[in-house]
Design a protein around this ligand. Structure first.
Ligand code: GRF
Length: 204
């Protein structure tokens, strides 16, 4: 399968995919054909370049409306003819055009156990609520914010000392689980094929 991976930050989830694919995309079942971002100068793009992967950047401020940005992102992604699109720490909500083209094959990873704590601050919000366990969710993207069908989840315990650093260490522990989960899920989707029955994701 052909993957386009979208990033906004440090790109450790992207790196985990790059490392898992290594030099044997056939064994993993997928290859990354391009990495897209919504901003320049991020470590995620450097990781892509170091791996020799094509990159593209679509910045919201370069377009006159959010819809135009969304259409440009959809076109830039479509140019690489992906079978699956992976949002790996991509911190933008895509719009109608992107979902029309890639809905049902657009995977996101979120650092909380959905449906708890959706949105941009899943780690901080779980701590603020006083949750004793949290984790990560790999899910398909629909037109809501972190509301699409869940593919897999991983659990991470909250420790008392997590309240002292605002969640930084907790997020690191979540990301360790998240990277393994994302690599596992994307590989299985790519190798086995899948279908979505309402809320239920079936990997063949
Ligand atoms: C991940 O925890 C992702 O779920 C979140 O931001 C983090 C991205 O990490 N929304 P990285 O850029 O893959 O290192």
């Amino acid at each position: 399968a052909r993957l386009v991976v979208l990033v906004s930050g440090s790109g450790t989830n992207l790196q985990a995919l790059i490392d898992a694919i290594g030099d044997d995309p056939a064994a993993y079942g997928a290859q990354i054909v391009a990495v897209g971002a919504d901003r320049d100068g991020i470590a995620g793009l450097e990781r892509a370049e170091r791996a020799g992967l094509p990159t593209f950047v679509c910045r919201v401020k370069d377009y006159s409306s959010r819809d135009e940005w969304d259409a440009a992102l959809a076109a830039a992604t479509a140019a690489y003819e992906p079978d699956l699109v992976v949002s790996a720490g991509f911190m933008k909500i895509v719009g109608k055009e992107f979902l029309a083209r890639f809905g049902g094959r657009f995977v996101n990873t979120h650092p909380a156990l959905l449906p708890s704590f959706p949105g941009a601050h899943g780690v901080r919000d779980a701590l603020a609520y006083g949750a004793k366990v949290t984790g990560c969710t790999v899910h398909f993207v629909d037109d809501g914010v972190d509301t699409g069908p869940i593919i897999a989840q991983g659990v991470v315990e909250v420790r008392d000392e997590d309240y002292e650093d605002g969640g930084a260490a907790l997020h690191e522990r979540i990301k360790e689980v998240e990277r393994r989960l994302l690599v596992d899920v994307v590989g299985r989707l790519a190798r086995n094929g899948f279908h979505i029955e309402g809320r239920k994701v079936v990997i063949q």
